[in-house]
Ligand binder design. Structure first.
Ligand SMILES: Nc1ncnc2c1ncn2[C@@H]1O[C@H](COP(=O)(O)OP(=O)(O)OP(=O)(O)O)[C@@H](O)[C@H]1O
Length: 806
């Protein structure tokens, strides 16, 4: 709360009884005194109109507070002295009604005639609004000046008075001003910044509180001027308007509009700070929890709160922030801000009645208390537009301004509705919806029926982007390997072949570049291309890329028979039915169950039993030979694939390399090789590996002795052949690794490949067409090659054999 010791009362009836404290507030006191003088004069000249039905209207206003911040604490302390609570008995008589009456009675033309013109003051916002920013360190420790009062006096001020004044006194209706461009009334009351980076609810009032040197005052600046000067400026800028009408409007607004007072007061306070070059945030604070029926807006001399912080942080409340200086451009105020309506349509809400905000609740008339049901924006505007005999509606008498109000109300409501759906959509991408947040209002409409499938719409946007990119240039940059892959894939896509490609290549060889080029090309042709990757980082490199788990809703605990987490009727299913191509980067990193789950789901939703549910060109279908049949056992399989394998002159290298038996598991390969070797002609030779622990110099033998050879022989490491290898002369082998490349492929051909030597093998043909599985051929060697070479002749021989075979 304000410190009593320094409180300065400048409100009516008390200003003379309390001492003025502190010379740095003298400007403010003088300004306030001058204003009260004007109010008193106006009161005497204005008819007193007290209409009880308007009392209800004005009392329904919520509390408005102003927070004015300062860059340093000492400034904040001074601001605190200027906070006042008083009974405002003077403002009550100054009403928009008086202004209207004056116009009617004295000018002979109705107010509404002004509405027929373009670019009128009435059709323009009272101020403009833009975005500012502030820092937390500003405004520290200012905040002990919160005041709330019951304002029972304002009720007498009515918009009718303003209307009547305009009609009666001015001979011309107020609305004729609408004819003019660039009128005073076309200027907003002030400029407001919206703190975009911080909080959409924060609205900063811009840097026009201070008048720049060499420039005419505008916006709020006119209200911090001396009224006579302000009137001159307005008249000069809007010479087509009648000065007496301008004066009536100005005087009335000065009396009844709470925002005028706030900006003038803010100006006075900021002026005292004498730190004009700094950005000083202050914000007009609105608390949605305040009971509107109990508290009114603070009146002329009140500044409810001097901000204890800069107000740029979201606090679930809606703020307006003042800046002393700033380079912010003009922007629109958020329509959800409760001050939007009174600041934009000043004459429709001359008392600064707050507009709609999301926390508004319906009123329980019977029990005279708010209900838990939210008041929608549409309901609020419907209520406002409804004609009531007991109320004087400034809105319905607004002429063209009324029309603008209607359009604005519709646009704001529609925009909010779209924002609501957008929020729901964003939640949908994370697998949630507004239904997961019960306090949020729930959607009653089916968004998909309104705008269509949002996933497909996203892809349409990607198509538009792709059409704007020079795809042909990228295609021209493809190297030969990329180009051949590109041609094959694009050909398959365009001809609806439904081929599954597996693109392999080393790191940085341009796979992602190729994917993006292909995606661009297809999207440019109007096709939907779904790009996914196994990892989030890889997905970022793909245009329009997402993770496979997110796109296909693959279960986290994927099992052998898992399916993806969307139904046949879902928007994902609709997207995949429309999809022309799926690019899945880093697919080997994914568990095979993931790929199988996607395959299974796509077959289901596309009603196509082909892999991934892709329709296949009939010519591309591989027809199995009709003679193919099931073998009863392995012997039958071998005799079918390798007839007469045991006949020496039949099992030639050509015969063996022309056929093969494929198997997925090494165990099966070993079993097939064992049986085939027994059938194969010739003597069988067994080679044992010389497994031994490393015995480097200096190594403790007690450690190596812990691993006997029997244990090493029982090991079956991946990528190494078994301990025991059986071969026959003439059987095919494949060379996998040369562990002595400087010795070449074979060091001792005669020794190794001589037909009669028990430790030699014939080298047969092509590695790629081997009867034997590669793991059978790459023999294991000693764990200590040096030791084997030097100390064990037999092992050395076998090791050499392996080396020669590689
Ligand atoms: N044909 C090309 N013309 C121009 N730049 C290319 C071409 N191919 C690849 N690049 C560039 O080379 C770099 C590596 O390519 P890219 O990222 O596509 O390789 P990658 O095979 O996907 O790599 P990784 O296996 O690490 O994912 C990128 O900067 C890419 O733009």
């Amino acid at each position: 709360m304000a410190r009593k010791r320094k409180a300065t009362y400048v409100g009516s009836g008390k200003e003379n009884s309390e001492p003025q404290v502190g010379k740095d507030i003298s400007k403010l006191a003088l300004a306030q005194r001058a204003r009260r003088e004007r109010e008193r004069n106006l009161k005497q000249s204005t008819a007193r109109i007290s209409e009880q039905h308007l009392l209800r209207d004005t009392r329904a206003q919520p509390l408005h507070e102003i927070y004015i911040g300062a860059a340093r604490d000492e400034h904040c302390a001074n601001i605190g002295n200027n906070v006042h609570i008083r009974e405002d008995t003077q403002r009550a008589n100054a009403t928009p009604q008086a202004m209207h009456k004056s116009s009617y009675a004295d000018k002979g033309k109705g107010l509404l005639t002004y509405a027929n013109e373009k670019d009128t003051y009435l059709a323009q916002p009272l101020h403009e609004i833009y975005i500012g920013a502030a820092r937390d360190e500003h405004c520290a420790n200012i905040g002990n000046n919160v005041h709330i009062r019951e304002d029972t006096q304002r009720a007498n001020a009515t918009p009718q008075a303003m209307h009547k004044s305009s009609y009666a006194d001015k001979g011309k209706g107020l609305l004729t001003y609408a004819n003019e461009k660039d009128t005073y009334l076309a200027q907003p009351l002030h400029e407001i910044d919206i703190g975009a980076a911080h909080d959409e609810h924060c609205v900063n009032i811009g840097n026009n509180v201070h008048i720049r040197e060499g420039k005419d005052a505008s916006y709020a600046q006119l209200y911090i001027y001396d009224p006579a000067s302000a009137l001159e400026v307005r008249n000069r800028r809007n010479q087509q308007l009648r000065k007496d009408v301008l004066q009536t409007i100005q005087e009335t607004l000065l009396q009844v509009n709470p925002f005028v007072d706030k900006f003038r007061q803010a100006y006075a306070i900021l002026d005292q700070l004498d730190i004009a070059e700094q950005t000083l945030p202050a914000h007009l604070h609105y608390s949605s929890s305040t009971d509107r029926r109990r508290y009114n807006l603070p009146t002329t001399d009140e500044i409810a709160v001097v901000v204890p912080r800069d107000g740029t942080k979201a606090s679930g409340m809606r703020d307006i922030i003042l800046h002393l200086r700033g380079d912010n451009g003009l922007m629109r105020i958020n329509e959800c801000h409760p001050t939007y309506l009174p600041l934009h349509y000043v004459l429709l809400f001359p008392h600064g009645e707050l507009g709609w905000e999301p926390e508004m609740k319906k009123w329980d008339v019977k029990n005279n208390r708010p209900t838990a049901v939210r008041l929608t924006q549409m309901e609020y505007y419907s209520h406002r537009l409804f004609e009531r005999r007991t109320e004087y509606s400034t809105i319905l008498r607004g002429g063209k301004l009324f029309q603008e109000f209607l359009v604005d109300a519709w646009a704001a409501t529609e925009q909010n509705r779209l924002t609501y759906y957008k929020l729901n959509q964003m939640l949908g991408e994370t697998g949630k919806s507004l239904y997961d947040f019960p306090p949020m209002p729930q959607s009653i409409e089916n968004w998909s029926t309104v705008v269509g499938n949002r996933l497909i719409i996203e892809h349409r946007l990607l198509q538009i982007q792709a059409q704007q990119v020079d795809t042909e240039t990228n295609i021209g940059r493809l190297n030969s390997g990329q180009r051949s892959a590109y041609d094959a894939i694009i050909c398959s896509v365009l001809e609806n072949k439904g081929t599954t490609f597996f693109l392999n290549g080393g790191a940085g060889t341009g796979k992602t570049f190729l994917y993006n080029t292909i995606a661009q090309k297809c999207r440019g042709l109007g096709h939907i291309v779904v790009t996914v990757a196994s990892s989030g980082i890889a997905s970022l490199l793909l245009e329009g890329g997402r993770t496979a788990h997110s796109t296909f809703s693959i279960p986290l605990d994927v099992l052998e028979n898992s399916i993806c987490g969307f139904t046949k009727q879902s928007i994902q299913a609709e997207l995949f039915r429309e999809t022309k191509m799926i690019i899945w980067d880093e697919v080997p990193m994914q568990h095979k169950y993931c790929v199988e789950a996607v395959d299974r789901t796509l077959r289901d939703i596309r009603d196509n039993p082909k892999p991934f549910g892709v329709g296949t060109n009939p010519q591309e279908v591989v027809h199995l030979p009709t003679t193919i049949g099931r073998c009863q056992d392995l012997n039958e399989l071998l005799s079918t694939v390798y007839p007469q394998l045991g006949v020496a002159n039949v099992s030639t290298p050509t015969f063996l390399t022309e056929r093969t038996i494929l198997s997925a598991r090494n165990d099966d390969v070993n079993a097939i090789n064992c049986i085939a070797l027994t059938i194969f002609p010739g003597n069988s030779y067994t080679y044992l590996a010389a497994d031994k622990m490393s015995e480097d110099d200096g190594m403790d033998r007690s450690i190596t002795n812990r691993y006997p050879n029997e244990y090493l022989n029982s090991l079956d490491p991946t990528g190494l052949p078994p301990f025991k290898l059986q071969l026959k002369a003439g059987c095919p082998i494949i060379l996998l690794r040369n562990i002595a490349p400087k010795d070449g492929l074979c060091e001792d051909d005669d020794d190794l490949f001589g037909k009669d030597a028990p430790t030699t093998l014939d080298y047969i043909g092509d590695c790629s067409s081997s009867l034997f599985h590669k793991s059978q051929i790459l023999w294991r060697w000693s764990f200590n090659v040096r030791a084997v070479r030097e100390k064990n002749d037999a092992a050395r021989k076998m090791l050499t054999l392996v080396m020669k075979c590689q």
